[in-house]
Design a protein around this ligand. Structure first.
Ligand SMILES: [Zn+2]
Length: 162
């Protein structure tokens, strides 16, 4: 596991998110920096517990309550957003990724890993709603749509090989 250092924080979503935090008047504390980095450089979705485990791998002294508080703050500042799946579990991703595009996911049936931000997966499909879809759904189904998700299930690369 690579050590977290300023040098490898060159991902543009990561730098954009850090700037947003500073512009909002907040300090870039270690926990904020680490969470932004993990969310910005991953192809997986994290919930608070799995973020905590990831932070532990780097031997950083950040407790689970700090993780929760940091996630709350970053969410309030719209630096990250929440994704709630049918299971009720809450996952987080950088807001840049979630407000501008359809969420495209793949959940591995075997290891339960959730893959997202995967260019190959995203490029394999082009899906858009018809222009009037949101209005039709509101008028006919009385459901207010703000975004939509495409969810695939199957086997991830690791599970498929073994
Ligand atoms: Zn798997």
């Amino acid at each position: 596991m690579a050590k977290i250092s300023k040098e490898n924080l060159d991902n543009k979503h990561v730098s954009f998110s850090k700037e947003k935090l500073i512009k909002a008047g907040y300090k870039l504390t270690k926990s904020r920096e680490v969470i932004i980095k993990i969310l910005g450089e991953t192809l997986k979705l994290y919930d608070a517990d799995s973020l905590y485990l990831e932070v532990k791998k780097d031997n950083l002294d950040i407790g689970i309550s700090t993780i929760y508080r940091t996630l709350e703050l970053l969410n309030r500042l719209q630096i990250i957003c929440r994704i709630i799946f049918g299971s009720g579990k809450t996952y987080y991703m950088l807001a840049e990724d979630c407000h501008k595009q359809t969420f495209i996911y793949m959940i591995c049936n075997n290891c339960k890993k959730i893959i997202t931000n995967n260019e190959c997966l995203n490029n394999s499909i082009k899906i858009r709603l018809k222009d009037s879809a949101k209005k039709d759904i509101l008028d006919n189904c009385h459901l207010k749509i703000d975004n939509y998700q495409v969810l695939f299930t199957g086997l991830c690369d690791e599970c498929n090989e073994s």
